[in-house]
Design a protein around this ligand. Sequence first.
Ligand code: ATP
Length: 134
Amino acid sequence: TQRTLVLLKPDTVRRGLVGQVLARFEAKGLTLVAMQLRHVDAELADTHYAEHVERDFYPPLRDFVTSGPLVALVLEGDEAIEVVRSLNGATDGRKAAPGTIRGDLALSNRENLVHGSDSTESAEREIGIWFPDL
Ligand code: ATP
């Protein structure tokens, strides 16, 4: 079994989709082990997105993730990291396959509703950032 860090980004909260998106993860069979509504500051955004801080797309991404509260959660289950990423769909909502969260509900490359850790190393790092007591 694996744990992964998921963010329901500020667009999910703003659009009233938290319940719908969370329901997809739960329906899949993943177990919720931690959850928190949080309005993040630039420092936490930079820590979470350390590998992207120098990228051209990062300043507007930072503005977006700090634009309102988001929901951070930890999900647990068999192959949870890969399962969450496949439920999330491709980064760009315009290209994500129908049936995925982004494919069904997002139309943007930046405001794409969700984040999921991309490896066991990043899951461990990100869970430590968002839920240091876990
Ligand atoms: P996440 O890491 O959020 O699960 P991902 O792994 O599909 O998404 P990354 O390449 O890690 O995507 O990019 C992180 C986030 O940065 C994306 O989810 C998106 O919000 C934003 N992003 C990535 N590429 C672009 C881009 N070209 N233009 C605008 N925003 C982008």
